[in-house]
Each structure stands twice: as structure tokens, then as C-alpha cells.
Design a protein around this ligand. Structure first.
Ligand SMILES: [Zn+2]
Length: 288
């Protein structure tokens, strides 16, 4: 990793100026493509609706699957509803109805903590990550049309951000390539925030804390920590990052945030310990 020239907590007015410049850029790209987008309005709305429907179906399937898992766990049967028997030769519990390949077979007879957490805690989430790209592809829009102008167009036509509906996060943050920003998060992050406020006072919990930094040979940038917590009682600062799943954890990001935050602390002469903490729904907010 290259050398840090500086890293510090950014001020509110700096961030505002930065966000204003991004919004101005988005607005001007929307204006540029506006008439093209309106000419293709029906195709864009149809594409949006079809993707929305597909996500609803996936969400329903995930919910049904989760109910089957919980039912199988409670009844000690297979997820298909049949009885489960111990297969001596194989040394495992198998479904009596295993020959029926039209349905999936799974049971939780031998309780495994990992299975329990992974399958039973809550339904799988719908991943909407590429939904704007899909709108663009399905509607057959020209290559030059950017995601920001498509998202502006949809919002101005009363269509909600699908990432917000299904994952509780704003698509704008990824469209604007804001590293790890969740400015309008209403899902998991907001639950974590309330939980943190039960432990620390509001003045000690900084949500979406911006850090302005620059590495040698690169432009200055901003990154946004989900939460920065000042635990004065224990003389430590904690970076709290929310991830929806274990897969989203990112060692590189983790190291970078630790490096930048400790640099910012040193520059300010803050001599507190620094800790980093991931919180996932699987891990449970209650373990904060
Ligand atoms: Zn079965």
C-alpha cells in the first residue's frame, strides 16, 4: 500500500461541498440524456417492473424456503415433509422420500450450530446489486446512458429504488462510487444504530463518519465509516462496520480503515486504543 500523505475526519461543510458537486454532476448527466430517456420511457418502466416482479418472486421463494427449514427443524422431518430415517450404511439421517427429485431434501436432525445460524435464523436476502445494469440491458438503452441518469429518471417517474426496497440501502451511494456509504440506510444499519445508542450516548456515536485522505500519487478521497464510536470509559475508539453477510467482509477495506483512522487519531494527538468490529445479521446485533 502506498504512503498516506494525510488522513483526517472531514468537516460537515467539506462533505456537503463534496456531495453538492456529485449531485450537480448527476443532475447535468440527467439533463443531457433526459429527452432520450423520455423517448424510451415505456421500455424503461417495463424493464423496471419486470425486475421488481422477479425480486418479489425471489423474496417469496426465500420466505417459503425459510418456513420449510423452520418447520423441518421443529418437526424433525425432511423439508419436503416426509419422515427421516437413519441410514446405517451411510451413517447419516436421510429422507424416506429421497427418490422424489422434484423437491429438495434437507433435515436438521443432527443439530449443527452453523446450519442453525445459516438456514434458520432469517430468510435469505434478495441481492439487487446489478439492478440498474439490468434495467439498461432489458430496455436496450444505448451504452453511453449512465446509471445515475436512469436512476434519476425512474425516481422522477415515481419509481422507488429497488435496492432500498429489498436491501434497505440507497443505490445512489454505489452509483456515486462512494466507498461504503449508506447515507439513507433504513435496514440493518439503522437497527445497529439504535442498538449502539442503547450502549453509548448519542455524542459518542458518529454515523457515516467521513474521513478525507490522500495516498501518495493519488487524488484526495473520502471514505465513510458506518460508525465511529468513542468509548471514553474504556479509552478506545471503535470502528463498526455493518455487513449483510459474511461474504461482504473485506480484509483490504478493514486494513485501510484501520490505517486511515489511526493516522487521523495520531495527527490529532489522540492516544486511545483502536478497535475494529464487524456486525452481521447472522452474528446478531445483540452481541455488540
Ligand atoms: Zn425429503
Amino acid at each position: 500500500m502506498s504512503r498516506i500523505i494525510y488522513a483526517r475526519l472531514a468537516t460537515g461543510s467539506e462533505v456537503k461541498a463534496f456531495m453538492d458537486s456529485i449531485n450537480a454532476k448527476n443532475e447535468s448527466s440527467y439533463k443531457k440524456y433526459k429527452s432520450y430517456l423520455f423517448r424510451n420511457k415505456d421500455k424503461i418502466i417495463d424493464a423496471y417492473e419486470s425486475i421488481y416482479q422477479r425480486f418479489v418472486e425471489i423474496e417469496n421463494e426465500n420466505n417459503d424456503q425459510h418456513k420449510r427449514y423452520v418447520r423441518a427443524f421443529n418437526s424433525k422431518k425432511c423439508t419436503c415433509g416426509s419422515d427421516v430415517i437413519f441410514i446405517e450404511s451411510g451413517g447419516f439421517w436421510g429422507c424416506k422420500n429421497y427418490k422424489d427429485t422434484s423437491v429438495k431434501h434437507k433435515n436438521f436432525i443432527i443439530k449443527n450450530d452453523w446450519d442453525w445460524d445459516y438456514y434458520l435464523k432469517e430468510p435469505k436476502k434478495v441481492h439487487t446489486s446489478d439492478w440498474l445494469r439490468s434495467v439498461k440491458e432489458i430496455a436496450g438503452l444505448e451504452k453511453k446512458i449512465n446509471h445515475a441518469s436512469i436512476l434519476s429518471f425512474l425516481e422522477k417517474n415515481g419509481k422507488e429504488d429497488l435496492k432500498m426496497i429489498f436491501e434497505g440501502k440507497s443505490s445512489w451511494d454505489s452509483v456515486n462510487r462512494l466507498k461504503n456509504a449508506n447515507f439513507k440506510a433504513k435496514g440493518f444499519e439503522s437497527k445497529v444504530y439504535s442498538r449502539l445508542l442503547e450502549i453509548y450516548d448519542a455524542k459518542s456515536v458518529f454515523s457515516q463518519q467521513p474521513i478525507k485522505y490522500q495516498y501518495e500519487g493519488m487524488e484526495s478521497k473520502y471514505c465513510f465509516l458506518d460508525f465511529l464510536v468513542m468509548d471514553r470509559e474504556n479509552n478506545k475508539v471503535i470502528i463498526v462496520e455493518c455487513k449483510l453477510s459474511e461474504d461482504e467482509k473485506n480484509d483490504f477495506q478493514r486494513e485501510e480503515y484501520i490505517e486511515l483512522t489511526s493516522f487521523a487519531m495520531r495527527s490529532k494527538g489522540i492516544n486511545m486504543d483502536l478497535e475494529f468490529m464487524y456486525i452481521t445479521p447472522e452474528g446478531g446485533v445483540e452481541y455488540v
